[in-house]
Design a binder for this molecule. Structure first.
Ligand code: IPE
Ligand code: IPE
Ligand code: MG
Length: 251
């Protein structure tokens, strides 16, 4: 796939939305949509890995999602256990390591243990990092970093002057991940729903009307093709970027 695309994002982050609607439209219970969505997860993991994406972050369960009906929350927590057990062999084979961002400590013990095992068994993978955002909220993550800063100051480990954008960035739960280059949201909504707020300041946004269970490798390629047409200026001018891209001996 990668030879067809000129520019591959290093870090892709996805708000996987629309599972419930997919199920309801078919007269099924919402949890069936989540189960079907797991197939899209597998396809997108494979697609990103073969395209050469280095970091893939999936928004699987938000802090706000705890407010959903208990039966749906339980079904999602169980699905995570199945996902962890079913995918471990393939993830290892493809040399993909798994991590969690957010508040894994909020998850039920069974889910936590299954994820911990998945993390340990895939830890040698160096080709791609798959991060699952679980019990994740962007504001909460920032607030926790701020609290950690206050505690370190109180203990005399750092001074207030040392707390800058970089310090906060390094103390988010995404501290060991680069900023996302491309954020994809499926399901037709054009909002952020408390995803990577601090990290996405220069991300490109791709919104798809497809419901998550309908999103497949072709949809992913479309998103990458669109990404390839973007000029990422990071505050500079187009002329500056072109000058920087020219080899120095032709100047
Ligand atoms: C996204 O699908 C998955 C999670 C939030 C866990 P939804 O369950 O939000 O699906 P819709 O938006 O209701 O269709
Ligand atoms: C965002 O989807 C969270 C995940 C995809 C896990 P939601 O369906 O929860 O978002 P809202 O409530 O429509 O904003
Ligand atoms: Mg939704």
């Amino acid at each position: 796939m990668s030879e067809l695309l000129q520019k591959i994002p290093r870090h892709v982050a996805i708000i996987m939305d629309g599972n419930g609607r997919w199920a309801v439209q078919r007269g099924l219970a919402r949890h069936r949509g989540h189960r079907e969505g797991a197939k899209s997860v597998r396809e997108v993991v494979r697609g990103c890995r073969s395209a050469g994406v280095q970091y893939l972050t999936l928004y699987a369960f938000s802090l706000a999602n705890w407010a959903r009906p208990k039966t749906e929350v339980t079904a999602l927590m169980r699905l995570l256990v199945h996902f962890a057990r079913r995918e471990v062999a393939e993830l290892r084979e493809r040399e993909i390591s798994v991590g969690v961002i957010g508040r894994p400590e909020d998850l039920p013990p069974v889910t936590r243990r299954a994820l911990q095992e998945l993390i340990e068994k895939t830890s040698s993978g160096t080709r791609m990092r798959l991060s699952l955002a679980l019990s994740y909220g962007g504001r909460n993550d920032i607030a926790r970093a701020a609290r950690e800063a206050a505690e370190q100051v109180r203990r005399g480990e750092i001074t207030p002057e040392q707390i800058d954008e970089g310090w906060i960035r390094a103390h988010l739960s995404t501290g060991d991940l680069p900023d996302p280059d491309l954020v994809i949201r499926t399901g037709g909504e054009q909002r952020f729903s408390d995803f990577l707020a601090y990290e996405s300041v220069y991300a490109e946004f791709f919104f798809s009307d497809l419901l998550w269970p309908q999103f497949n490798e072709t949809s992913l390629i479309e998103a990458f093709q669109w990404y390839g047409t973007r000029e990422r200026r990071f505050g500079k001018t187009s002329a500056q970027l072109q000058a920087e891209a020219e080899p120095s001996d032709s100047r």
